[in-house]
Design a protein around this ligand. Structure first.
Ligand code: PLP
Ligand code: COI
Length: 361
């Protein structure tokens, strides 16, 4: 398919090379954005139109715009990596494009064709290529595509106008020491998503629901929150911004199967790599008690979380109001650490991409 044409409007006042170099030195996560953004409008009458790259900057919006009132919004997260030869690649972007369509469908937003999604990313990274950090572990350009409803109308129905936007920010590691085990807080009072709800979609509302429990987690000295299923409060779901996996003594990897969690692309990738390495994988309901009993008996030897922003993080402690679960220590031989090294190696171009997952920009 031919790439859609994007109108390009160069930023007349880009951030200076010195300032950009200072940001790239220590990018953090999601604090400083590149010089441009991609935009595509949608209306019920015209469909998707006016694809363009414009200077990064604020939106001017009507206070009655539907995004402000009913939260009709979906988003994605993916990264661009610089390889040792200077080339720039994204990782399985077609999966993000497909998931954005799934999310949009659930939120009654228009589905963006994949070639427009990929085209927007290609054009934005091309114009802001100097913002992609140098080749190196944990360094990337984080891309945040999103769709907002923007019809100015207070009736409660799907909006007839929407905007797709992609912004980008240089990113270092999400956690200060990415291989140090994280501590997680078990949210017993609050659920993230319920049966038939929006849990599988990547929409702002799911994250809004996770913020109070996340605040609680921080107050408990933990870095992330773990949610259980909302019906029985018994089965593992996911963390605020990552999926969860457990490893059994015999190398079998367990991960929750639920339609109220985000189908993570990092998780799918790690499971494919693990299966290629001979691990058995079980996607099924996992009771919290199975994890606790498994650690006590030595049957479960690892727990880890994964996602685009945070990559792979071993879970050290699970803290709850009435118990604390200490997972066995992580070593270089841990399944999570080996999978992490393989995944980041492929993404950074240091390990052969035998599955054809890289998309050269
Ligand atoms: N679960 C939640 C709630 C997330 O926010 C994320 C991150 O995007 C994930 C799981 C992992 O998804 P992915 O690996 O596609 O980034
Ligand atoms: C991502 O990993 O891309 C996410 O969207 C998670 C978010 C908590 C940063």
């Amino acid at each position: 398919m031919t790439a859609p044409a994007f109108r390009i409007e160069q930023n007349p006042t880009p951030i200076s090379a010195e300032e950009r170099a200072a940001v790239l030195e220590n990018p953090g996560f999601g604090k400083r954005f590149t010089d441009h953004m991609a935009l595509i409008d949608w209306t019920l009458e015209e469909g998707w139109h006016d694809a363009r790259i414009v200077p990064y900057g604020p939106f001017q919006m009507d206070p009655a715009s539907s995004i402000f009132h009913y939260g009709q919004e979906v988003f994605e997260g993916l990264k661009a990596y610089r390889h040792a030869d200077g080339s720039i690649h994204t990782f399985r972007p077609e999966r993000n494009a497909a998931r954005l369509r799934q999310s949009a469908k659930r939120l009654a937003l228009p589905e963006l064709p994949d070639e427009l999604f990929i085209g927007a990313i290609e054009e934005l990274v091309k114009i802001d290529a100097e913002w992609v950090p140098a080749h190196g572990e944990g360094m990337s350009l984080y891309l945040r595509p999103f769709i907002i409803a923007n019809e100015s109308f207070l009736g409660v129905r799907a909006a007839h106008r929407a905007t797709f936007c992609v912004i980008a920010c240089p990113a270092g590691s999400y956690f200060a020491d990415p291989t140090r085990p994280v501590s997680i807080w078990l949210s017993q009072q609050f659920s993230r998503a319920g049966r038939g709800g929006t849990g599988f979609a990547k929409c702002g509302g799911n994250y809004a629901a996770s913020l109070l429990p996340t605040t609680e987690a921080y107050a408990q000295g933990c870095e992330q929150v773990l949610f259980l299923d909302s019906c029985e409060n018994r089965y593992l779901e996911e963390l605020g911004g990552m999926n969860i996996l457990l490893v059994k003594k015999d190398g079998t990897i367990l991960t929750p199967d639920s339609d109220s969690i985000l189908p993570g692309i990092t998780r799918d990738t790690l499971l494919e790599l693990a299966e290629q390495d001979g691990h058995r994988v079980e996607r099924r309901r996992i009771a919290l008690d199975e994890w606790r009993d498994g650690v006590a008996s030595g049957e479960i030897v690892e727990a880890f979380a994964c996602g685009t922003a945070a990559v792979v993080s071993p879970i050290g402690v699970l803290k709850a109001p009435n118990f604390t679960l200490e997972n066995p220590p992580v070593t270089a031989e841990s399944v999570s650490m080996k999978l992490r090294a393989k995944l980041t190696g492929i993404q950074n171009g240091d390990v052969a991409d035998t599955n054809g997952w890289l998309h050269r920009l």
